[in-house]
Design a protein. Structure first.
Length: 193
């Protein structure tokens, strides 16, 4: 009987230990989360990248759009329209700036009218290339050289989107330098916000 009490006592102690001790649970020690991300590409291309106005008279105006005797008498044949393409991965705005006309004697950009060693430079941006069958739109003159004009080349241009750029020079009224001058137009792509 004493033996039964010992067995009963051991059983009771083991039962209490089992109830009072927490159960051990086995689980995985690591877990994984798969994450993906893509970089934002801001990029622009300008083709063909060159406008050759040729030799112009002083006090004249010439633009890169297609010549038409009625609708664009200051144009060129063939046109030298520039194509701006969003080569990035997101919508972009195109900011533009121009330089002074660099030569032996530089011509300085003037915001409104040409003068002695002063020239005007203007741009026209559209969704379609000018075909000459209607009046050409109004050109916008740059106010200062070296400063970007926000959205001048286009606003919220979708990836692979295209804009067409026409440029127009207003020649100085007088100049001591008749040699070739170079004007640089820069298009800067920024993410559309």
């Amino acid at each position: 009987m004493k033996r039964n009490r010992n067995i009963l006592g051991v059983a009771l102690v083991l039962s209490l230990v089992a109830v009072l001790l927490p159960a051990t649970i086995f689980a995985a020690e690591t877990g994984e989360v798969s994450c993906t991300v893509s970089g934002k590409l801001i990029s622009v291309s300008v083709t063909d990248g060159s406008v050759a106005y040729g030799t112009l008279d002083l006090s004249t105006t010439k633009n890169s759009a297609l010549y038409d005797a009625i609708n664009n008498a200051n144009g060129m044949t063939p046109a030298q329209t520039q194509t701006i393409t969003n080569t990035g991965s997101v919508a972009e705005d195109f900011n533009m700036k121009t330089s002074n006309a660099i030569g032996s004697t530089d011509w300085t950009l003037h915001a409104t009218t040409p003068g002695s060693e002063l020239f005007t430079y203007a741009y026209l941006v559209s969704d379609t290339a000018y075909a000459g069958s209607a009046a050409i739109g109004a050109f916008t003159k740059w106010a200062t050289a070296g400063s970007y004009v926000a959205d001048a080349g286009g606003d919220d241009v979708a990836a692979s989107g295209v804009k067409y750029l026409e440029l127009e020079i207003g020649m100085p009224t007088s100049s001591a330098d008749y040699a070739e001058h170079t004007i640089t137009v820069t298009v800067l792509a920024v993410a559309h916000t």
